[in-house]
Design a binder for this molecule. Structure first.
Ligand SMILES: Cc1cc2nc3c(=O)[nH]c(=O)nc-3n(C[C@H](O)[C@H](O)[C@H](O)COP(=O)(O)OP(=O)(O)OC[C@H]3O[C@@H](n4cnc5c(N)ncnc54)[C@H](O)[C@@H]3O)c2cc1C
Ligand code: FES
Length: 329
């Protein structure tokens, strides 16, 4: 089969049954990948034309998305086709690994959020904004976003404790300093891109603050000069947490244009803004045409923000989001 690969504009030949990913790599075409087994989502390509045979569930589209995507590591061409590799000029290739770790601490961050600190003994490689799968028991795992940067001494996570949530309850009640754990990482395609000229929107709802801190530290470490706009939102006034760490991260952003902490319900104190994430974005930013966005957290808030950004002109290629849909077994 002949496969046209964009943006390189090359036509490569792929044998029936062969997957796109090894064929692309054999041809020296840059593509992000990590797990090579359909789990991390990094090798997601746009299917522009033609049909494919998929050996895993196709990637979940972002809310309201009509573009067809395929995982290059799980799909083979069924006929001549055309695909587009995202971020071909900036591929991410941290190999996904299963690591040993141990608990360094579980500490309160807010009334329903715990800071989970794990040892980074095996020096996990990842990009800001990515997440890990934490194995909490036999066939029992959940994914949590990394709040720090690679090279940190410890891996930090913000874990929301839902009243009936099995993982949250276990983490807050049963994990102790020294408890051994395993995790699989990294996952996630909503990582920080560095090659973008326009403004950056970094936004969260709830514990989406964790990857926002990672992204902000990544922006500071890479000294990105883009104008940066940060929107951190919470449902209730009592849900607000982590503002000192947020302020410290914001101070290091080279070109910070605005930062907003938004609360939907409850009495507001100084420095907080009342409303929904979408209401604040709608009031402040008339269009997102040259913007790049990284969005994380509660699915309702993030899906609504994705919808708004699309209506206001953001390019699909610049929209990167991880709504925290319930995940795991
Ligand atoms: C890419 C990604 C990254 C994530 N990162 C984080 C993170 O950094 N921090 C974090 O806390 N979570 C994160 N999550 C969500 C996390 O993986 C779990 O799904 C979530 O914490 C619930 O797990 P649980 O076992 O405590 O609850 P479950 O036992 O799975 O759920 C029990 C009950 O809890 C309630 N519940 C569960 N999820 C939600 C929700 N999203 N909104 C409202 N109620 C809910 C529901 O009533 C549900 O029936 C992420 C999810 C994804 C997909
Ligand atoms: S490399 Fe294809 S999904 Fe991970």
């Amino acid at each position: 089969m002949e496969v046209l690969v964009r943006p390189a504009g090359r036509v490569i030949s792929v044998k029936p049954g062969d997957k796109f990913l090894p064929a692309l790599r054999a041809e020296g075409l840059a593509i992000s990948y990590s797990c090579e087994d359909g789990r991390c989502g990094l090798c997601r390509c746009k299917l522009l034309r033609g049909n494919v045979v998929e050996s895993a569930r196709p990637p979940r589209p972002l809310f309201g998305h009509r573009t067809r995507y395929v995982l290059a590591c799980q799909s083979s061409p069924a006929d001549d086709c055309a695909i587009e590799i995202p971020d071909a000029d900036e591929p991410v290739t941290h190999l996904q690994r299963r690591l040993r770790t141990q608990v360094l601490g579980v500490e309160p961050l807010g009334h329903n959020v715990r800071l989970l600190r794990l040892a980074n003994t095996e020096n996990l490689q990842f990009s800001p904004g990515q997440f890990v799968e934490l194995e909490l028991g036999r066939s029992f795992s959940r994914v949590y976003s990394l709040a720090g940067l690679p090279g940190d001494d410890e891996l930090r996570f913000h874990v929301r404790i839902h009243p009936q949530g099995s993982a949250g309850q276990m983490i807050s009640e049963r994990l102790q300093v020294g408890t051994p754990l395993r995790l699989r990482a990294p996952y996630g395609a909503a990582w920080l891109r560095r090659r973008h000229d326009g403004p950056l929107l970094v936004a969260s709802s709830g514990t989406g603050l964790a990857p926002v801190l990672s992204i902000l530290r990544g922006i500071a470490a890479a000294r990105l000069a883009n104008p940066v706009h940060v929107y951190v939102s919470f449902l209730l006034r009592e849900d607000v947490y982590g503002l000192d760490e947020l302020s410290a991260a914001l101070e290091r952003i080279p070109n910070l244009r605005s930062s907003q902490v938004i609360v939907a319900y409850g009495a507001i104190k100084r420095g907080l803004r009342r409303g929904l994430l979408t209401e604040a974005l709608e009031a402040d930013i008339p269009n997102f045409r040259d913007w790049q966005a990284n969005l994380y957290g509660s699915p309702f808030a993030i899906d609504a923000a994705i919808h708004l950004l699309r209506r206001r002109g953001i390019s699909e290629d610049d929209l990167h989001a991880d709504p925290f849909h319930p995940f795991g077994s």
